[in-house]
Design a protein around this ligand. Structure first.
Ligand SMILES: [Mg+2]
Length: 269
């Protein structure tokens, strides 16, 4: 792997645009071999060189699981940033390690911890309902304050509807959903606000930001207030296609990484 040193505190005056990619279902197609088209890597390298672009993975995966994915899919070079669990920001330190954006990650961690503490009676009611009515697994562990894994997407659909009905609209309690997974958190910390935080380090405005994703947890980054160039691959779920279309974003004709190449060419070539 090739590593590049990127110090967010020093800012990078030469950077002209920021590219944010969801991983599973967007860059990565588990049913294809190779699961990420090699042409994408060539395009990213040319956008880095010619358009002074920085690119990153913006995913629901944890940092270790993201790095495992990059290794498995033989990415020839590392991204310039990773947003993990939809809300934690990491930058490469130039020596093969990843350093957290400590200020953002700490603020995120404390906000979620305090919110879940305040919302304990509500969280207990949700947990009880899910335990009584479904076979979903409730997970609480290091770094994972409260999340759920349903048995099927239909079961998750049901759970998400119940959660939506139970959480007051003015609550800061948010949740990120992707296929059978749901993660509780703070509405202020998701893929969109985290991407905006990376952009602030680089003094970039939304017009200079590209984002592409396929599922529920991509909604906040696929927003014109966050990214001026938004897209979804052809395989995106219906809600995302409608969401992107409603903002005059780009809905690809192709799926997965072939769609990502198409969207990058649409906006940046
Ligand atoms: Mg996805």
């Amino acid at each position: 792997m090739r590593y590049r040193c990127f110090m967010p505190s020093a800012l990078s005056p030469g950077v002209r645009c920021l590219l944010s990619f969801d991983f599973d279902g967007t860059l990565h197609d588990p049913n294809e071999q190779p699961s990420v088209l090699p042409q994408l890597f060539a395009l990213l390298a040319s956008l880095q060189a010619e358009r002074k672009a920085l690119w990153g993975i913006n995913t629901g995966r944890s940092l270790p699981y993201t790095l495992e994915g990059l290794l498995e899919e033989r990415f020839p070079f590392h991204p310039d940033f990773i947003i993990a669990r939809e809300r934690e920001i990491y930058f490469p330190d130039g020596s093969g390690n990843w350093t957290p954006d400590q200020e953002w990650n700490d603020a995120c961690h404390h906000a979620i911890e305090n919110l879940l503490e305040e919302s304990k009676p509500l969280m207990d009611r949700i947990r009880h309902l899910v335990g009584e009515q479904t076979g979903a697994e409730w997970i609480e562990q290091q770094g994972e304050h409260a999340s759920l894994i349903a048995r099927t997407e239909a079961e998750m659909e049901w759970i998400a509807k119940q959660v939506e009905a139970m959480v007051p609209a003015d609550s800061s309690l948010g949740w990120q959903r992707n296929s059978i997974y749901l993660r509780f958190g703070h509405k202020g910390f998701q893929k969109g606000s985290s991407l905006a935080a990376v952009a602030r380090h680089l003094s970039l405005t939304p017009e200079a930001i590209f984002a592409i994703g396929d599922s529920h947890n991509d909604i906040e980054m696929l927003d014109r207030h966050i990214a001026g160039m938004i897209a979804c691959p052809a395989n995106a779920i219906d809600e995302i296609i409608a969401h992107v279309r409603a903002q005059s974003g780009y809905v690809c004709k192709h799926s997965h990484s072939k769609g990502v190449i198409e969207a990058l060419q649409h906006y940046l070539s």
